[in-house]
Design a protein around this ligand. Structure first.
Ligand code: M6R
Length: 606
């Protein structure tokens, strides 16, 4: 979590840094700050608890000027949310910003006698102190020596008071991208913050030190030798980073889904069938594995659950879906016959990344389904399937999720074909239906005001239960997470058949239930389960495939008829309907939809 940015060049740095922090704010928004190198060599810091807009006002008031500086937006880990714990941190001649966690900060405090010398409760200030300890005029040597003492994850951007105009950066795991822009050099936690200035960037290799100057960039390895890097190109439309007239990114990103899903799918259908050769994914990878393990977190893990249902029924292959944070600690069984699929929007989620490393160490083949090109998970994996969601800024994932689903459909379709479960005609039929998903989703979006109306019935609920069976249950797990994270309503998704094994005790007239019914073979059982909760007084909101019959005599708190696709594809329109439900609840409660409390978009701490 946390976003870092740096600029050195011809221009005044303040606005460049603060504008960049506004873009990076989704990574953490507890506090923010910048440090500017003044013309006289001194470093001036403006920082405060609160959002970037408060920092902007503070900077204007302070009136510091400088053409070189670093900035930070924080998601608190060590130390509460306060002005003092906001970054940048200064110790001696060293000023730095940090993304990550220095795990051994306590022992470093003891070892370097820092007990009474620190001004914050952060691990980051300790890193500044350790660098300052080793600094005697040679910044590269000091950084190299200090970094070897740090345990944990870090992306550090550092300025030295007596070296004006230069920014030093080093990292382990936590990301840093670097580019030439605005008549100077820039660094950031991710490319979205650079994208408005340049399309060319490179990812700072781990345990290398980059030196950014007005004139150019230098890179050194840990032995002090000059190193080279590989330029990459931002391949998404920078316009997609704005709100495009919507009040929140989340609404804009929900509305973009027909387009981005269309792009994700259409580019992988060749001669009428799913084809992943353009992604460099060989058929042998899909044909030869004996089992699949998905590793992912949060929404991405929920996408994996849909993938599991698809793979098991269409490919008949054993597939596990594991929370990445539990994977290696549970001594997961993976071997050379296992295909491990890591799903991640950001490609920077540390648990997912560590799970990939564990899988590789155990001989598994790894495939990343990732949105952000060149991200850590993509680079760590043997193969990458890039979803075409474009930048997703809202903390609540929407288009990233549905493009992950699209990727899993494509993988399933191709796998079924290369393993002989699908003949050519089956594969064509599958691809044809998949290509219909953008239009089905558009049909939901066109009727979004109906969902807005329905959402009002749960606005004041304290608890909401969600129920469904099979694929419907998988997407309700995600629908429930969406509602929790942006509306702060407690919500639980339940497999309908499981409710009566305990949880039904909580169902009363005060616990609205959201039910999704899209699977023909489960329809009648589902309606029996719905009756069970209605009999206990719960009001039910029903999302149902439009071609299914429903009990017209029952009373519903709301009914939304979902555009019909084949049952196996109904998760697409139904998921979008659930996203809209959560969105409108949050919107009507007057909450900050894009930046829910306590969360950050990219989770780079374990
Ligand atoms: O970037 P990732 O897809 O790896 O992120 C995983 C989760 O942190 C993420 O999906 C999270 O659950 C979202 N906030 C949910 O909307």
């Amino acid at each position: 979590m946390c976003g870092i940015i740096g600029y050195t060049g011809e221009k005044e740095a303040e606005d460049i840094l603060v504008d960049g922090l506004e873009i990076l704010e989704y990574r953490g928004y507890d506090s923010a700050g910048i440090a500017l190198c003044q013309a006289d060599g001194s470093v001036r810091i403006s920082k405060c608890a609160g959002r970037v807009k408060e920092l902007r006002a503070l900077c204007k008031e302070a009136g510091f000027r400088g053409t070189c500086g670093i900035g930070h937006t924080r998601w608190a880990t060590h130390g509460g949310v306060s002005d003092a714990n906001a970054h940048p941190h200064q110790f001696g001649k060293v000023t730095l910003t940090h993304n990550g966690i220095i795990e051994n900060y306590r022992s470093l405090i003891q070892r370097y006698g820092l007990e009474d010398k620190l001004h914050s409760q952060t691990d980051s200030e300790v890193a500044a102190a350790v660098i300052a300890h080793f600094y005697n005029g040679d910044p590269l040597a000091a950084i190299r020596k200090a970094v070897l003492k740090l345990k944990g994850t870090f992306a550090l951007s550092i300025i030295f008071e007596d070296i004006p105009g230069a920014i030093f950066a080093v990292r382990n795991v936590s990301p840093v991208v670097i580019g030439r822009a605005v008549q100077g050099s820039m660094l950031a936690s991710d490319v979205t913050a650079l994208g408005q200035y340049t399309k060319k960037y490179f990812v700072l290799p781990e345990f290398h030190v980059a030196v950014l100057k007005k004139e150019g960039i230098e890179l050194y390895d840990m032995s002090g030798e000059a190193a080279s890097w590989e330029w990459m190109t931002v391949d998404w439309d920078v316009d997609r980073s704005g709100k495009g007239g919507y009040p929140f990114y989340m609404e804009k990103e929900i509305m973009e889904q027909p387009e981005v899903i269309g792009e994700t799918i259409a580019s992988r259908i060749r001669e009428g069938i799913p084809d992943l050769s353009g992604d460099g994914i060989p058929d042998s990878l899909l044909a030869d594995c004996k089992r699949i393990s998905v590793v992912a977190c949060g929404t991405a893990m929920h996408a994996g659950l849909v993938g599991k249902a698809l793979m098991q029924s269409l490919v008949r292959i054993h597939m596990d879906v594991e929370l990445a944070s539990e994977f290696m600690y549970a001594d997961a069984i993976v071997d050379e016959d296992t295909l491990v699929i890591a799903i991640s929007q950001s490609g920077e989620t540390i648990d997912t990344l560590e799970a990939v490393k564990y899988a590789k160490k155990n001989g598994a083949k790894t495939l990343a389904v990732v949105n952000v090109r060149g991200s850590s998970v993509a680079r760590a994996s043997d193969y990458a399937f890039y979803t075409n969601a474009g930048p997703e800024i809202a903390v609540a994932s929407t288009k990233a999720y549905t493009t992950q689903l699209a990727a899993l459909y494509l993988l399933t379709g191709r796998m079924a074909y290369v393993r002989g479960r699908f003949g050519r005609e089956d594969a064509e039929r599958f691809a044809k239906e998949l290509l219909r998903t953008p239009e089905a989703i558009q049909a939901v979006l066109d009727r979004r005001e109906e969902i807005h109306y329905i959402a009002r019935s749960i606005l004041n609920a304290k608890d909401v239960f969600m129920m469904g069976r099979g694929l419907d249950y998988s997407i309700l797990l995600e629908g429930s997470l969406k509602l929790k994270e942006i509306s702060y309503i407690h919500s639980e998704a339940y497999a309908s058949g499981e409710l009566k094994h305990g949880t039904i005790a909580l169902i009363t007239e005060d616990t609205p239930v959201v039910a999704v019914v899209t699977q023909g073979k489960l329809q009648s059982k589902e309606f029996s389960n719905i009756k069970e909760v209605q009999s206990r007084g719960a009001g039910v909101i029903l999302f149902i495939k439009e071609t299914f019959d429903m009990d017209r005599n029952a009373s519903w708190d709301g009914v939304f008829r979902l555009p019909a696709m084949e049952d196996g594809f109904m998760v697409m329109p139904a998921s979008v309907a659930l996203q809209l439900l959560a969105y409108y609840v949050s919107l009507d409660k007057g909450l900050d939809v894009d930046k829910p409390r306590n969360l950050a978009k990219v989770v780079t701490v374990e």
